[in-house]
Design a protein around this ligand. Sequence first.
Ligand code: ARG
Length: 476
Amino acid sequence: MWGGRFTEPLDPQLLAFTSSFDVDRRLLRWDALASIAHATALGEAQVITAGDAEAVIAGLRAIVADFDSGRLAVVGEHEDVHSFLEATLYDRIGVAAGRLHTARSRNDQVATAFRLALKEQIGALVGEIRGLMATIIDRASGAVDIILPGFTHLQHAQPVRLAHHLLAYVWMLDRDTARLADTYARADALPLGAGAIAGISFPVDRRRVAALLGFTRITENSIDAVGDRDFAVEAVSSVALLCAHLSRWADELVLWSTEEFGFATLADRVSTGSSLMPQKKNPDPAELIRGRAARVLGNLTTLLAMLKGLPAGYHRDLQEDKPATFEALDVARGCVRAMRVFLDGVQFIPQRMEAAAKRGWLTATEVADYLTRKGVPFRDAHALAGKVVRRAAARDVPLWELPLPEYQEVSSSFGPDVMQAVTIEAAVESKDVPGGTARRQVVEQLAQGRERLTRIEAWLSAASQSLAVAQRLAGG
Ligand code: ARG
């Protein structure tokens, strides 16, 4: 591929050390499709003859077909997938294969294949996240009337509906899909035509190549195009946050399934036993969702550290982009899928949740709000409510069982209606603002969540249409 200037081949140990073939073989299909688009444009611009273009395209299509049917052995000692592809094409069609690399460098070639692969993987991940969101919304719609403690500082704070709590994760995931869609949009530019660094000296129509491959734009600057890996950093950064979200939830579910919390029990199919302790049932899938997030955070650091010392243009360091990015996306997809399956075996225990919500005077804020409504300044009301809590604690009763005279000794503003106002049901109902815990607000939130599902569905179908454009190049 570059032997002319050299009198001996690369040391086999260094070939093995520098090769990216193990990882970038995943780009094979995209690299072949991008090569078909490139050959098409070379032929159309008469940079190569129509006959050569046809031979190259037919050869590449046969390679794709063989790859799809599992007949192509993607093996051997190659520097990378690009050299493998060219060598394979050469074996099949002979010298015409040597014309494919006209007006192209592996630098713009790899950036193109990588962007295409990333578009595909982002699409697949967003599809997976959407599935998880749908599962959560489903569970939430059956949990509107289950009340549990809301926690701040992991201490009992205020009662909330289980549906509301579950939906919190839907919005985190929704933002994750939005970030990924954003990343996708920025990755959606064609680098081919940037050459090695300076552009190409043949009249290849870059916009035509972009259209053939389903890219919405072409890159603006050839130096930037071959050195830019922002799209990979953004993808892994979005994925790191996604995994952090899943990890938070996994951690919570581990907690909820403890004897002490008892908010959830795990079906046998989603838990594992102990080799020593016969009674054990462990939440291993959740622990591994939490544990694997660590890898993705590491991958983000890998990418940023790889980039930060590189002047403009291509450097071989950039080859480290693919293992870090692919692993992050694979791990994330696995985690989202695992969470969905795991969740299906998580059984929430409403009685335990409600019993917990009734302990610890979670509705003390209602006492203060009650007084505030009677005209007491909130700061004073807060202090008076604190006194009420102290009395309830002394008697060891919930606020709705503290006798009215006790309330009235604290403040003459208390009337008998306070008893109703301090129940957990009244407390959740009183938060009747958008985003609050009142029943109708949570029902509205469920509708908003479903609306997001529809929007994400529309995005997914646009993304898959864009990828299908490139797929058509495979012919057949
Ligand atoms: N395997 C390389 C990579 O992944 C492809 C580009 C190689 N270019 C070069 N000039 N060595 O980045």
